[in-house]
Design a protein around this ligand. Structure first.
Ligand code: FES
Ligand SMILES: [Fe+2]
Length: 383
């Protein structure tokens, strides 16, 4: 389908709006058009709560990290009182980026002309500004970005009056309470540059149809769509969730040595499967019998996405003498299957970058792809 003149005309999406088994897939240009991407930035990323990883990245006062989220550079830090804060990473003098990477600091000193801010964002030092008329430091503090937490999980919101994070998450914290995610440590962060639209990877994460093909030699051995059964459960909040029933841990390849089942799951249904929500717009989280992991997505452009995989284990597992050795089995499982999924998504992106890619149809195993696509259209398309 050639990219039409007005890509936001609702008539292009009538096929996606139909019920699953009558519906068409999203038009190819929604994955390739810079204009469509820009609309997502304005109406989704700048409006909603965006997951940006674990507070384990900033455990001590003064710890900070920086990131560029959908074109918005920010600083996330823990101030001198232990409070977590986020600021636009831009100096109030002439706009230099202030911090890079991650680290620990007592003050934020601009690398251009040394304006200095404290960790609460107040402007403190302004060399040679004493002759400037009507200049009041109090008016030039760093620009705050809303940040909130669920357990150790950090979320930012670029909206000036964001809805409460609690409302966004709905009943998800309650549903996942048995896993005691707040007691889990971030054991490893690994990032990936992906040459695909963010939606392709998100859709992939929430359908089991591809497991038999893409993960034929890996997780399909115990988590095939047929063997595991993937139930979509009711969600109250901005997320969708499946529960898959299967043997062992979803985070290990068959036969690999792992850690014991999370103690708080004993005797519960959760001890025999995996809960995997997708928190809108793009955060995949999986909670299995012995650990959890997340996929944190940072959109970069229509065909580029930066992704971080975070590995979470109950904190006391990290004290085990065999932690490093056993954790390798998990890392191997994740690394292999993530590469399989990235390759599938990148191939799909290449296949969509053509005027000869009309919409397709869904199988009954892709209800959440359809639901996610419609959630996006609800925000991006008027009427
Ligand atoms: S731009 Fe930061 S001090 Fe000049
Ligand atoms: Fe996959």
């Amino acid at each position: 389908m050639m990219t039409p003149q007005n890509i936001f005309d609702p008539k292009h999406y009538e096929g996606v709006r139909k019920p699953l088994l009558e519906a068409e897939t999203m038009p190819a240009f929604t994955y390739t058009s810079p204009e469509f991407y820009q609309r997502e930035v304005e109406r989704i990323w700048r409006k909603t709560w965006n997951f940006i990883g674990s507070a384990d990245q900033i455990r001590n006062n003064g710890d900070y990290f920086t990131l560029n989220f959908a074109g918005m550079p920010i600083i996330v830090l823990r101030d001198h009182d232990g409070k977590i804060r986020a600021f636009a990473n831009t100096c109030r003098h002439r706009g230099s980026e202030l911090l890079e990477g991650k680290g620990n600091c007592k003050l934020i000193i601009c690398p251009y002309h040394s304006w200095t801010y404290d960790l609460s964002g107040n402007l403190r030092g302004t060399p040679e500004m004493d002759k400037t008329l009507n200049f009041n430091k109090a008016d030039y503090g760093l620009i705050s970005i809303a940040i909130d937490t669920w357990g150790n999980f950090l979320f930012i919101n670029f909206d000036k009056n964001p809805e409460p994070l609690k409302k966004h998450l709905g009943d998800l914290p309650e549903k996942l309470a048995p896993y005691r995610l707040e007691n889990m440590a971030l054991a490893r962060r690994k990032s990936f540059q992906m040459d695909c639209n963010w939606k392709l990877f998100v859709e992939n994460a929430k359908e089991s149809y591809h497991i038999g093909t893409v993960h034929r030699a890996t997780i399909n051995q115990y988590a095939s769509a047929k063997a595991a059964g993937y139930w979509v459960e009711k969600a109250t909040g901005d997320y969708v969730v499946t529960f898959a029933q299967h043997e062992g841990s979803m985070a290990l390849l068959k036969g690999a040595k792992g850690f014991p089942t999370i103690e708080s799951l004993e005797g519960r249904r959760e001890a025999g499967g995996t809960y995997a929500p997708l928190i809108y717009p793009s955060t995949y989280l999986a909670c299995t019998i012995d650990c959890a992991w997340y996929l944190e997505m940072h959109p970069i452009s229509a065909n580029k996405t930066y992704m971080v995989h975070g590995a979470l284990f109950p904190r006391d597992r990290l004290d085990r003498p065999d932690f490093g050795e056993v954790a390798k089995n998990y890392y191997h499982r994740w690394d292999v299957t993530i590469e399989e999924d990235i390759l599938a998504s990148v191939r799909q992106q290449r296949g969509l970058e053509t005027p000869f890619a009309p919409p397709g149809r869904f199988s009954h195993r892709e209800p959440l792809v359809h639901e996610i696509d419609n959630w996006i259209l609800d925000r991006v398309i008027d009427g």
